[in-house]
Structure formats: structure tokens, C-alpha cells
Design a protein around this ligand. Structure first.
Ligand code: PHE
Length: 338
């Protein structure tokens, strides 16, 4: 009987050692269960002598305990292994590079508008705004463009009523500013303007301008040139030169179109400047005396200059963009380049 018990122990311990999670429960039943092998042996204890009985009983108990302990140990090992596997699978390596989230960024027109603002703020200008829905008076009349004036034809205007329109230029902000601000005046005004043009690679019914206005005692064309030259150097590079070509605007006298020397070829002539060496950047002039007096400023006492530039145009020439429509389509492949 003693031998039988030791055999059971050997066999049980060995099978526990080899057991998997699934077979462990079967092993437990097989050896320790009510119909198990150990129980079967103990049932035969009746045939033993009174001296043998306690010894065998003790041995049987020891064997039961050692089998139970072996099973408990095996279970614990299995749990530890499972936990380790889980920890490994769920491990976060904080040293791994992160996943970049797609982020938007500043639109090229906004970027250039801000650059322009920074340049003029640095020269002592103040940024002001005006309405996009404007009265005919501010967009035309006060700017020395009376009804039936041919200049109205050059800016195909969206009218809302006979009297109310979408501003076709930022120049009405000149008038609004002079009406309530006393000289010295030094302002810029960026914003949207509207013209009833068909959309193509160089025209858009909505675009952006930036207006500039300076009014004080003794302001001359020299001040205008100096201001625009400083601006051009800051915007297009230190070697940039500017030139004035005679032009006509009803609200400035004299008026000029202003060119910057080509910042790609430096003036020699290239693709960007179409062989000219110069690129048109804006319109400007000395504020017409009629405009000053329309705004309650005495042209005998004060003089001023004004300029207006297209933000799309400045952005296109400085960034090598050849189609204005790209600004409004918001194709990420275009925007991502800036
Ligand atoms: N308003 C003019 C335009 O849209 C530009 C300009 C502004 C010209 C100020 C002279 C002075 O063409």
C-alpha cells in the first residue's frame, strides 16, 4: 500500500508538472476527487493492521498535501505567466515617436497680410477697418468719382441698391478715417473688396487690398517715395529699388503706379518680370485736395499721400503663385506649401 501511494505521488507530481491550464483541473479530479486514485487507496485501509493504519494515513495525508501544494503552485505560475503576457501586450513605450495629428496652418494670404501689417506698424502706422457693404458716397463720390465718371466703369461694382454696394476698393476707408480722425493720420486698412469680374487665373470677384493713408502738415511726394521704398525693401529684400510711373486715379494728384525691381533677377529680366526687370506692386499718389476738403480737412493747411495694393498680387509675385484661384479652393496640397 505504501508503494502504491508513493507511485501515485510520483505520477501525480509528474503530470502536474506537464499540465496545461486546461488539464490541471482534470488532474485534480483524477487524484484528489471523491472517485480519485488516492481516495480509492484510502478506502482499502480497512484491511491494514492497527499499527500500519496511522502510518499509512499520515503518508496519505502528506501525499494529498504535496499534490495540493503542487497544483496551487502550478496555478500561481500560470496566473503569473498570464499577467506577464498581458503586461507585455499592453506595454506603452513612451520613447516611441508620437503620431503627428494633422494640423491646419495660416493661409498664405493671412500670412502676407500680417507681414504687411508688421512692416507698416513698424513705421508708425495704425491698422483700421472699414465696412465691406459700403455707401456709394464713400466708395465713389467722396473720392472724387461723381456719377457718370468713367472711372466707375473700370471697377465693375456689385450694387445692392442704387446707393449701397460692395466696396470695390479699400479707398473708402481713407474717407471714413479722415472724417473722424484729426491729422497727423498714419493708417493702413487691409480687407476684402469686390468686383464683378469673371473668375480666371488673374481675376477674382472677391480679393483683398491694403490701403495706406498719411495726412499731416508738409507731407510731400518724397515722403511717399521714402515710405514705399522702405516697405519694398522689407517685403522683397534689401536690394529692391522702386520706380514711379505716371498714372491717373481720381482721388490722388499726382498719381503713380509703382514698380519694384524684380527680386528674382535683380532687374536683368527673367520669367517672373517677363523680361522687364520691374514688377508692378501698387497704385499711389498725393491725396487730391477735393478729397481732403470732402472730409473736412483744409488742403491749404494739410497734405497727404495714399497707396493701395492687392494682397493676392503681392502674395503671388513673392511666392511664385501663378493662379489666383488657388487661394480660394483650399486644396491642402497647395496650402501645405506655405
Ligand atoms: N484704390 C485704387 C485701386 O483699387 C488703388 C489706390 C489707392 C491708388 C490709393 C491710389 C491711392 O486701384
Amino acid at each position: 500500500m505504501k508503494e502504491k501511494l508513493t507511485e501515485i505521488r510520483e505520477a501525480a507530481l509528474k503530470s502536474i508538472d506537464d499540465a496545461t491550464d486546461a488539464t490541471l483541473e482534470q488532474i485534480k479530479v483524477r487524484y484528489l476527487g471523491k472517485k480519485g486514485e488516492l481516495t480509492a487507496v484510502l478506502r482499502g485501509m480497512g484491511s491494514l493492521t492497527p499499527e500500519e493504519r496511522p502510518k499509512i494515513g499520515q503518508l496519505a495525508n502528506e501525499i494529498r498535501e504535496s499534490i495540493e501544494a503542487a497544483i496551487a503552485k502550478k496555478v500561481q505560475e500560470a496566473q503569473a505567466k498570464a499577467l506577464e503576457r498581458k503586461l507585455k501586450a499592453e506595454k506603452v513605450d513612451v520613447t516611441m515617436p508620437g503620431t503627428a495629428l494633422p494640423a491646419g496652418h495660416i493661409h498664405p494670404l493671412t500670412k502676407v497680410r500680417r507681414d504687411l501689417e508688421d512692416i507698416f506698424i513698424g513705421m508708425g502706422f495704425q491698422v483700421v477697418e472699414g465696412p465691406e457693404v459700403e455707401l456709394d458716397y464713400y466708395n465713389f463720390q467722396a473720392l472724387n468719382i461723381p456719377e457718370n465718371h468713367p472711372a466707375r466703369d473700370t471697377q465693375d461694382t456689385f450694387y445692392i441698391t442704387d446707393n449701397i454696394l460692395l466696396r470695390s476698393q479699400t479707398s473708402p476707408v481713407q474717407v471714413r478715417t479722415m472724417e473722424h480722425m484729426k491729422p497727423p493720420i498714419r493708417i493702413i486698412s487691409p480687407g476684402r473688396v469686390y468686383r464683378s469680374d469673371a473668375l480666371d487665373s488673374t481675376h477674382s470677384p472677391l480679393f483683398h487690398q491694403l490701403e495706406g493713408l498719411v495726412v499731416d502738415k508738409g507731407i510731400t511726394m518724397g515722403d511717399l517715395k521714402g515710405t514705399l521704398e522702405t516697405f519694398a525693401k522689407k517685403m522683397f529684400g534689401e536690394n529692391t529699388r522702386i520706380r514711379f510711373r505716371p498714372h491717373h486715379f481720381p482721388f490722388t494728384e499726382p498719381s503713380a503706379e509703382v514698380d519694384a525691381s524684380c527680386f528674382v533677377c535683380g532687374g536683368k529680366g527673367c520669367r517672373l518680370c517677363k523680361g522687364e526687370g520691374w514688377i508692378e506692386i501698387l497704385g499711389a499718389g498725393m491725396v487730391h485736395p477735393f478729397v481732403l476738403s470732402n472730409c473736412g480737412i483744409d488742403p491749404e493747411e494739410y497734405s497727404g499721400f495714399a497707396f493701395g495694393l492687392g494682397i493676392e498680387r503681392i502674395t503671388m509675385i513673392s511666392r511664385g503663385i501663378d493662379d489666383i484661384r488657388l487661394f480660394y479652393e483650399n486644396d491642402q496640397r497647395f496650402l501645405d506649401q506655405f
